[in-house]
Design a protein around this ligand. Structure first.
Ligand code: NAP
Length: 252
């Protein structure tokens, strides 16, 4: 099953006009809307098709963003598919930047991320980071950038990524705290969801976006279903942000 909206917007124009990157989220969620089990032990429940889509999205990104907890939990290197040559495939392009959000610098220095020679590593942090952690991370990463007092100011961080590193397309791979901060600042343009045939339950299991949430639908962000594709028991969904005030959904 594949459906595609006829109203596909012209992303080239969006990119030209914007002073920040186009931001795309990618996540696998269970049928009950969780991105990991409550004890955080399991977060990979997608099929090989889901993994393939992740690598495709990484491949087209100028930068890949991930939260510190996800890096520590999954030991992700944010690189290409195993066995594939490190991108970029074409002359003139460059390896995607690997951007980590870590307000206090709570990152494992032994993480695989620091051991793989893929794209440069940029750590977005805040003034809460200790001097010792900052020095340690500066020895491991290309840049440690302070972007706020207590919380990362993603508006200025994304502008900086665009102006300093020419990041035009950014892929965010979670987790829910990073997603929540980006969504709260209305910085997400596209969401790629793989809906997986598992139910895990758990009141405290993380969902797509944590944070304070909105008080009512009038404050909720509104999305258009751009594409829906079924592969075996999984649904691959792509949503695009509707930025004009459309009010509450209608029934037609
Ligand atoms: N199913 C999926 O597709 C999927 C994808 C990704 C992750 N996951 C799972 O989700 C879980 C992790 O999600 P999570 O929400 O706990 O963590 P997260 O978003 O990965 O990382 C949270 C950490 O990132 C930093 N951070 C995030 N936003 C910040 C901000 N606005 N300002 C300052 N620092 C900020 C902080 O680092 P410091 O502690 O250094 O301050 C914070 O502790 C894991 O279990 C992971 O496996 C699942």
């Amino acid at each position: 099953m594949t459906t595609r909206s006829p109203n596909t917007s012209n992303r080239r124009d969006e990119l030209r006009e914007s002073d920040r990157p186009f931001v795309r989220l990618n996540l696998a969620i269970t049928a009950d809307g969780k991105i990991a089990t409550a004890n955080r032990a399991i977060s990979s429940f997608g099929s090989k098709h889901d993994l393939k889509r992740l690598y495709q999205l990484r491949h087209r990104a100028d930068a890949i963003l991930c939260g510190a907890t996800t890096i520590n939990a999954e030991n992700a290197d944010l690189g290409p598919a195993p066995g594939k040559p490190a991108y970029p495939p074409s002359a003139g392009s460059r390896l995607p930047l690997r951007v980590i959000a870590s307000g206090r610098g709570h990152l494992n220095p032994e993480a695989r991320l620091f051991q793989r020679a893929y794209g440069p590593i940029v750590i977005l942090t805040t003034r809460r980071i200790s001097a010792a952690r900052r020095r340690r991370l500066e020895s491991l990463a290309h840049t440690v950038k302070v972007c706020g007092a207590r919380e990362i100011d993603f508006v200025s961080a994304l502008r900086w990524l665009r102006s300093k590193w020419n990041v035009r397309e950014l892929l965010c791979e979670g987790g829910s705290q990073v997603n929540g901060a980006l969504l709260a600042a209305d910085l997400v343009d596209e969401i790629n969801l793989t809906l997986c045939p598992w139910i895990v339950g758990g009141r405290t299991a993380p969902t797509l976006a944590d944070g304070h949430g909105v008080p009512d639908l009038a404050h909720a962000s509104h999305w258009r279903l751009e594409q829906a594709r079924r592969r075996a028991d999984e649904l691959f969904l792509t949503y695009r942000r509707l930025r004009q005030q459309t009010g509450l959904p209608t029934t037609d």
